[in-house]
Design a protein around this ligand. Structure first.
Ligand code: GTR
Length: 359
């Protein structure tokens, strides 16, 4: 029984949603910048009309943000149905520009009953410690000036929220069915984005691992790689290589490798009573699939307390299996660290299944 496994991890008990979100912002990801800004979106340029027998066009706009006397624009690719009927909208911060990404099978996604707005995270701000490029310069003009100022995860999430502002102006957007999806570091970003913005009804993190969906306590990840045998990535591992994803206060947790009064089930539980889909990759010990699944079970109590089904699985899930019925869906791909069309299909199925449920 997974609930017993969860007990063995001796996790901090769940708290009120806002309290958990507060702790995670203060100690891990930092607070989103609160700046005065203006946003302008260019006219779309159509790049390709042939998707889904011509029912879906691929087009691009430039989103221009001005704040603190500076301007930055980044491209947002649109995969939109042309009939104007309302559909779920998925915001997708990606590693690569659309059309050049193995993580976004355009042809297939265009066949589903959803629209997509996609941007390349590095067009928003670089994936390094330079806080003064792209939106960084606008949002954090003084850099990470306090221990609780967000890092790049916060900046990318902020951008995804602005893309949603734009998405809500489109006639084909069903505002009651908005999702955010991301892989790996961008899976952490998707979870944080949904935590800090309740307009997202669905969050899908794929192999988000350490500081994402995976519990830090009882780290059980890797039984393959001799270098890290018996464990997946730790807070120390991640903060040593990518301190700029987080707020400076997070550093103190890299000694014990656990959060004193939080663990990653808090991040998932802040999304209650909305819809969360966690995807793991079976061969991805670094992201610790078992701890990702257990985090779902631990977070589930937040849904159950409101009489709603969260996670409805009781055993460690085998590769290629998916459980999508509860408000916490979980699936495991039989794969290495990767976001594939199989994961996307699970997300679309999850949305289809829950589309008419209200929050
Ligand atoms: C790894 C990092 C993981 C994950 C991954 C990725 O190097 O250790 O936490 O975020 O990068 O984003 O591809």
């Amino acid at each position: 029984m997974l609930k017993n496994e969860v007990k063995l991890r001796e996790l901090p008990p769940l708290k009120d949603r806002l309290e958990m979100a507060e702790i995670l912002q203060k100690e891990v990801y930092g607070y989103l910048p609160s700046v005065q800004y203006e946003m302008k979106v260019s006219e779309p340029v159509i790049l390709e009309r042939r998707f889904a027998k011509g029912k879906v066009h691929h087009s691009r706009v430039q989103m221009e943000i001005s704040a603190n006397g500076k301007i930055h624009s980044f491209a947002v690719d649109r995969l939109l149905h042309v009939d104007g009927a309302k559909r779920p909208l998925i915001i997708y911060p990606n590693f690569h520009p659309m059309g050049a990404s193995q993580y976004f099978p355009i042809e297939e996604l265009a066949e589903y009953d959803a629209d997509y707005l996609v941007f390349c995270y590095k067009d928003v701000s670089s994936d390094d410690g330079d806080m003064q490029n792209g939106l960084g310069a606008l949002l954090l003009p003084e850099g990470q000036s306090t221990p609780h100022t967000c890092g790049k995860i916060g900046i990318w999430a902020w951008a995804a929220q602005r893309v949603l502002d734009y998405g809500l102006t489109l006639p084909g957007t069903d505002a009651a069915n908005i999702g955010v999806a991301g892989h790996s570091r961008l899976g952490k970003t998707a979870l944080f984005c949904a935590m800090t913005d309740e307009r997202f009804k669905y969050a899908y993190s794929n192999a988000s691992g350490c500081a994402g969906a995976a519990l830090a306590r009882g780290n059980s990840g890797n039984d393959v790689d001799p270098k890290t045998k018996g464990r997946g990535e730790t807070y120390y591992d991640i903060y040593t290589r990518f301190p700029f994803w987080f707020c400076p206060a997070f550093e103190k947790y890299t000694v014990a490798n656990v959060g004193t009064d939080f663990d990653q089930h808090y991040l998932l539980a802040t999304i209650a009573p909305r819809f969360l889909l966690v995807g793991s990759c079976s061969m991805d010990g670094w992201a610790d699939p078992i701890s990702e699944q257990l985090a779902c079970v631990a977070a589930s109590e937040k849904w159950e307390a409101d009489g709603i089904t969260g996670a409805c699985f009781n055993e460690i899930i085998a590769p290629d299996k998916a459980y999508l019925e509860g408000r916490i869906g979980y699936f495991k791909l039989d794969s290495q660290h990767f976001m594939s069309r199989h994961g996307w299909r699970r997300f679309i199925e999850f949305i289809e299944l829950h589309k008419t449920e209200t929050i």
